[in-house]
Design a protein around this ligand. Structure first.
Ligand code: SF4
Length: 286
């Protein structure tokens, strides 16, 4: 079996920088990570071992610790103000590209547009984006698109939305709202686009794909869906321990990619397992 890695894969600069900021925190026991830093169990276990507290989801109760870490997914200005008013010191690891999406949404609202966010309604990034807006609309799929009474609409995306999905939803919004002036700002982040593009280049050359990343990770799921959509058998694992030799029995060329919150170490462990499998050093079940 041959193993082909995507040209761009794994951890993005936004998550890497967020982890580096937390790494410099001298007293993790004083810090609550407000919401999941990333949807990746390996990363979360690492932070737990260092002694950080975790508050589950942002937007809920104010954490008890004196320091609160805002995750790469960001929070609303409203929530930031509430945390500061409660006397918390904020360690802000909001990704600059999420910040850019917030700025774009605010600018569209400033133009008198009702803002439409393309993304998952319950995702922490989308909640952060919408909490500062008046009557925002969240569109997670074609079923959410309808005719709105507004004469001016402004559309942005959750940063990990697939380009193709965003374009499809945008076209539907325009179709259902011919009376409206619709302005779209593409806020899909460059690392997400690069990983999708690298996957698309790899797919014609493989008969199976392994995608590494958290099972709740939006961008990892997008990589899986894209590979499956192209008819390539796809195995989604959070870490090497989830791999099974039997799955690869007929595979001749296996592609490898990973979501933006996957630790480099996890990618290398999966790659190492595949290399050992190809060399006949991993047993199939009897
Ligand atoms: S996926 Fe994109 S927006 Fe999210 S942290 Fe990474 S670079 Fe930033």
């Amino acid at each position: 079996m041959q193993i082909l890695r995507a040209q761009e894969l794994g951890m993005c600069f936004g998550v890497r920088d967020a982890l580096a900021v937390l790494d410099r925190e001298p007293a993790p026991a004083d810090v609550t990570i407000h919401g999941e830093l990333v949807h990746n169990p390996e990363v979360l276990a690492l932070l737990d071992r260092r002694g950080f507290h975790r508050s589950g989801e942002a937007g809920r109760a104010v954490p008890a610790t004196p320091v609160v870490a805002v995750t790469a997914h960001g929070i609303s200005d409203r929530e930031r103000a509430a945390l500061l008013a409660a006397g918390k010191r904020l360690v802000d690891t909001t990704c600059p590209l999420v910040r850019k999406a917030h700025d774009a949404a605010q600018a569209l609202a400033g133009e008198g547009r009702r803002v439409v966010v393309l993304g998952k309604r319950d995702h922490v990034e989308v909640r952060g984006l919408t909490d500062d807006l008046v009557a925002p609309i969240v569109v997670g799929g074609l079923g959410d698109v309808t005719t709105w009474p507004d004469a001016r609409l402004g559309v942005v995306c959750q940063t990990t939305t697939q380009d193709e999905v965003a374009q499809e939803l945008l076209a539907a919004i325009r179709r259902r709202n011919p009376h409206a002036d619709v302005r779209f700002v593409d806020t899909v982040c460059a690392p997400t686009k690069a990983r999708i593009q690298a996957l698309l280049e790899l797919l014609p050359h493989v008969d199976a794909m392994v995608v590494v990343g958290g099972h709740d990770s939006n961008n990892t799921r997008q990589l899986v869906l894209r590979a499956e959509h192209h008819g390539v058998r796809t195995c989604h694992v959070a870490h090497a321990r989830e791999l099974h030799a039997d799955w690869f029995a007929e595979v001749r060329r296996c592609g490898l990619t990973a979501g933006t919150s996957t630790l480099p170490k996890t990618v290398e462990e999966v790659h190492g397992w595949l290399v050992r499998l190809a060399a006949g050093r991993v047993k199939h079940s009897a």
